[in-house]
Design a protein around this ligand. Structure first.
Ligand SMILES: Cc1ncc(COP(=O)(O)O)c(C=O)c1O
Length: 390
């Protein structure tokens, strides 16, 4: 049976071919620890990691490369951002109902431990957030606002430029969760000057699992406390964590194999261009959504095809548990989707899918072809016809 992986919102698969080669070559031939020592081996490993940083700086609008800090996942660095800010009792934090548990749970913990006050921006039934609702939530003068660039449930792209400007006017720090958008939606951190920006290295940045990245706008390093302290391979005589970037937030050996893969992935993205990858995603998403509209038994969630959404598509078959639907798609049609709440329970509340146990999510990648979409549509049509005849 033909198998098709459509859970790219969790982690992309496959990766570009040079990613596998880079990890394999590092593991077999190179093997040096990044920033440790001055042997040719160690220096070669460091150069590759600096190349990855420089590629990120180019991808995100020519910002200084040392402001990108590597970690182990989006979750790792969202925790660094949220727990590292000097939030105190009574400080207000605005977040949207679309946020992932990697934001919601640290915020909940900060409410319990530090007494911060949380203000949720409601999402619409289409699974997006309006500028007006966001503006209203800022009225109380928050210290911080956290928002996703793209929802991992509805696929909605938020108007992040407008939201960032509103936060600037309100005097709030901004943390942008770009885990779903980085690498596929063009974005410049010059035009959208958030204070903190976090992405997974293993989603649309196309690197291996075990990689993530945090960007700090100029000056934020004086505010953000590092959560992990230890060896950096620099300033070793000092008892204090170095204040220099990126070392301040990169204690301990980096995931060198993962970052070699990420460096190769970023080269590949640079060759394709993020604009081209974005066009590809929009075309495949439109093809899928248009076809799904022709299968009346299925309920589609999220915005229509267009510039306000990406290729993360949630759907339901009324009366059928999403887990069961995903199992049938996997076992009978070879289509690997993801069922449930996708770690974003508040988003499902907005869509009205919480009590049904969530949705079945199909998420695309640069390697999803027009023929793959045709195959998915034929399979879903057969599935829906079969279910209706039971
Ligand atoms: C919007 C969003 N934020 C954060 C995360 C967490 O990223 P990671 O899997 O790299 O920890 C995810 C993962 O699915 C996500 O979709």
């Amino acid at each position: 049976m033909r198998r098709l992986y459509l859970d790219n919102a969790a982690t992309t698969f496959p990766k570009p071919e040079p990613v596998y080669a880079a990890v394999d070559n590092y593991q077999r031939q190179s093997g040096g620890a990044v920033g440790r020592g001055s042997t040719a081996r160690a220096l070669a490993a460091s150069r590759v990691v600096e190349r990855a940083r420089a590629s990120l700086a180019r991808l995100l609008g020519q910002v200084p490369s040392e402001r990108f800090v590597f970690g182990y996942s989006g979750t790792d660095l969202l925790n660094q951002a949220l727990q590292g800010l000097p939030l105190q009792s009574g400080d207000r934090v605005v977040y949207t109902a679309l946020e992932h548990n990697s934001v919601l749970r640290p915020l909940h913990q900060l409410r319990v431990e530090r007494g911060i006050e949380l203000i949720e921006v409601p999402a619409t039934p289409q699974g997006t957030v309006t500028v007006d609702a966001f503006r209203a939530a800022l009225a109380g003068g928050p210290r911080l606002a956290v928002f996703s660039h793209a929802s991992n449930v509805s696929g909605a792209l938020l108007p992040v430029h407008d939201l960032t400007e509103l936060c600037r006017q309100a005097g709030a720090w901004t943390l942008l969760d770009a885990c779903q958008s980085a690498g596929q939606v063009p974005c410049s951190l010059r035009d959208c000057p958030v204070d903190l920006w976090v992405a997974s290295g293993h989603k649309h940045l196309l690197g291996p699992l075990g990689t993530g990245v945090l960007y700090l706008r100029e000056g934020m390093e004086a505010i953000l406390r590092p959560l992990r302290l230890g060896g950096t391979g620099s300033h070793s005589e000092s008892e204090q964590q170095p204040e220099t970037l990126p070392h301040k937030y990169e204690a301990g050996n980096l995931n060198a194999p993962g970052l070699h893969g990420l460096a190769a992935a970023l080269d590949w993205i640079g060759e394709q261009s993020v604009e081209q990858l974005w066009r590809h995603d929009q075309e495949r998403t439109a093809q899928l959504l248009n076809g799904l509209e022709g299968i009346p038994q299925l309920v589609l969630h999220g915005p229509p095809a267009g510039p306000d959404r990406l290729g993360v598509i949630s759907l339901s078959f009324p009366g059928l548990d999403p887990q069961e639907m995903a199992t049938i798609l996997d076992q009978s049609f070879g289509i690997e989707t993801r069922a449930g709440l996708h770690c974003s329970p508040r988003a499902h509340q907005a869509l009205g899918t919480l009590s049904a146990g969530g949705t079945v999510r199909l998420s695309l990648s640069p390697f999803t072809t027009a023929d793959d979409i045709t195959h998915v549509l034929a399979s879903l049509q057969e599935f829906a016809t079969g279910m209706a005849s039971l």
